[in-house]
Design a protein around this ligand. Structure first.
Ligand code: SAM
Length: 531
């Protein structure tokens, strides 16, 4: 790509007036690039430093927390863990929708589209400023119990296993002071506005669940009673479609499917008794979702406020080989202790997930800014307050990246997907530099050290000889080109450090879906292997 000194760098599609002008330092960088030849530019181009700095996230230790009572299991259970959670969805057992909305909403690049839409709106409110809900029709329903806005709810945010502590740290950073790690998630408490904020801002959570009932259960009828005694009419009624999912760990109940039906019946019976009609079931695109979680002796009912999983940010096209989920990619950046103003290179970048998440984080773009949420379809949704929250978050988006981001992949289709994803995420084409290249040919542009963070191909996809050769040659490149850099690799190949002849200073257990992996951290030393 061209990198002439005249070129004006943009990292988000904001109006031109928001873009800082080129400085003398920018021109010097460009000149240095021009002098150092194409080989030096293979992967990383010089960035025009804007001088804006982001605070460094905390360095996060691995979590070994076990699940406490009342926590729903993660979306997917890891292999070889006992006991394995069981799950059941109402309507069609085992038929959970995948990617149902992911690409439907997209099209427009998020911040750009949003800026236009919001341009005409009146002055912003702070995130916690109450706003009147002016929807008269809502108030006319019978048997309404309104949600006091100051009411505090216990919440649970599931996340990929291994990110629990990092998620609790993130939630505390968002102002939820009582956030603490649980099993495959984190607990915290908040009012309704905080729930919306968590949905909008958490990069690591998979969902935000509000606990609405908990009680002892010995049989399926107890479940029916628990569901029946919960005031669902506060959040939805027959005008909404419903989906119920049930999961269990060590529950003595014989049939999860039957338990699921009992919960659904309890909800529907109550609403029919109160309002004359029951909601219909929609397992694919429900308005309201309820999760029931069973353990040895009790049940917890959660209202799912997220709708589609939060890792579906709305920008991913379903292309590329084994893409990481967006919240796992953000979690790896957090676990690695990446300071968000330091350059990042992903030499096996695939569809670009890690780099796009890094860019959005560094620019302070809220991960949920361009997607819909389940809570928007619930009764009494405080539309005005939600709009104010988003306005406030948009106002904090930075116009330009403070560092360089670059990715390489040997597969041209992967690079095409990465570029498309970056575009759909609202990033201008020079925010992240993507190049078709072999990881063994990569190098930084200048002396500034940074972060290599990557999800290389898994061993089982490679022939044994190919595998050995790739790692030996890549290790030579690392030693030659990346002295002073930190390298963080997520892999399920526990032998990879030996193949690279590098000694990790950290190995953090983390799950990529059902695959048990490690995030290895290495300090690279120029010209020498650690052992
Ligand atoms: C597990 S995928 C990475 C997925 C990526 N993290 C994402 O979220 O889309 C590994 C990638 O490494 C690429 N790859 C394999 N050998 C390579 C090499 N020698 N140099 C660069 N990329 C390579 C593959 O094309 C594949 O896209």
């Amino acid at each position: 790509m061209s990198d002439t000194p005249e070129r004006k760098k943009k990292t988000l599609s904001l109006p031109d007036s928001a873009q800082p002008r080129q400085t003398a330092e920018d021109a010097r960088n460009a000149e240095r690039r021009a002098r150092s030849g194409p080989r030096a530019h293979r992967v990383m181009r010089a960035a025009l430093e804007s001088g804006k700095q982001q605070p460094a996230p905390e360095s996060l230790p691995a979590s070994t927390e076990r699940r406490g009572r009342g926590e729903p299991p993660a979306d997917r259970a890891p292999r070889g863990r006992d006991p394995r959670p069981r799950t059941e969805a109402a309507g069609k057992p085992g038929n959970r929708p995948r990617h149902a909305e992911a690409t439907l909403r997209g099209g427009a690049a998020a911040p750009r589209a949003v800026d236009r839409e919001e341009a005409a709106r009146p002055a912003r409110r702070g995130p916690n400023t109450p706003a009147p809900d002016r929807r008269p029709a809502e108030a006319e329903r019978p048997h309404r119990v309104t949600t006091p806005q100051a009411e505090n709810f216990a919440m649970f945010a599931p996340c990929p296993q291994g990110l629990e502590q990092a998620l609790a740290n993130e939630l505390r950073g968002l102002g939820f002071d009582d956030a603490r790690p649980g099993r495959a998630g984190a607990h915290f408490s908040s009012d309704w506005t905080g729930m919306m904020r968590a949905n909008l801002a958490s990069r690591l959570a998979t969902r935000i669940l509000v606990r609405v009932a908990q009680g002892p259960v010995q049989n399926e009828d107890d479940l029916l009673d628990l569901a029946r005694s919960t005031p669902w009419e506060r959040w939805f009624g027959a005008e909404r479609t419903l989906r119920v999912d049930t999961s269990a760990v060590r529950s003595p109940m014989k049939s999860l499917q039957f338990c699921n039906l009992r919960v659904k019946d309890g909800i529907c019976d109550r609403l029919r008794d109160l309002e004359g009609e029951r909601p219909s079931i929609d397992t694919v695109r429900p308005d309201a979702r309820v999760h029931a979680f069973l353990d040895e002796s009790s049940a917890t009912l959660y209202l799912d406020t997220s709708g589609e999983s939060l890792f579906k940010r709305g920008w991913r096209l379903d292309k590329g080989e084994a893409p990481l989920r967006e919240n796992l990619a953000a979690g790896l950046l957090a676990l690695s202790g990446w300071p968000a103003d330091v350059p990042v290179i992903d030499p096996f970048c695939g569809s670009g997930t890690i780099l796009i998440e890094a860019a959005l984080q560094a620019l302070n773009v809220p991960p949920g800014i361009s997607r819909p949420f389940g809570f928007e379809r619930l009764r009494d949704h405080p539309e005005r307050r939600w709009r104010d929250l988003k306005d406030d978050a948009r106002a904090r988006i930075l116009p330009e990246l403070p560092m360089q981001l670059a990715g390489a992949d040997i597969d041209p289709r992967a690079i095409e997907a990465a570029r498309e994803n970056a575009h759909r995420a609202g990033l201008t084409e020079d925010a992240v530099y993507f190049e078709v290249a072999d990881a063994r040919d990569t190098c930084p542009l200048d002396e500034r050290a940074g972060w290599l963070i990557t999800n290389p191909p898994y061993g089982e996809r490679l022939e044994l000889e190919q595998d050995k050769q790739l790692w030996a040659e890549w290790a030579r490149t690392l030693k030659r080109e990346f002295g002073g850099w930190e390298l963080h690799i997520i892999t399920n190949d526990l032998d990879l450090p030996r193949k690279l002849r590098l000694d990790p200073f950290r190995r953090t257990p983390v799950y990529n879906g059902a695959l048990e992996c490690r995030l290895f951290g290495f300090q690279l030393v120029k010209g020498s292997f650690r052992r």
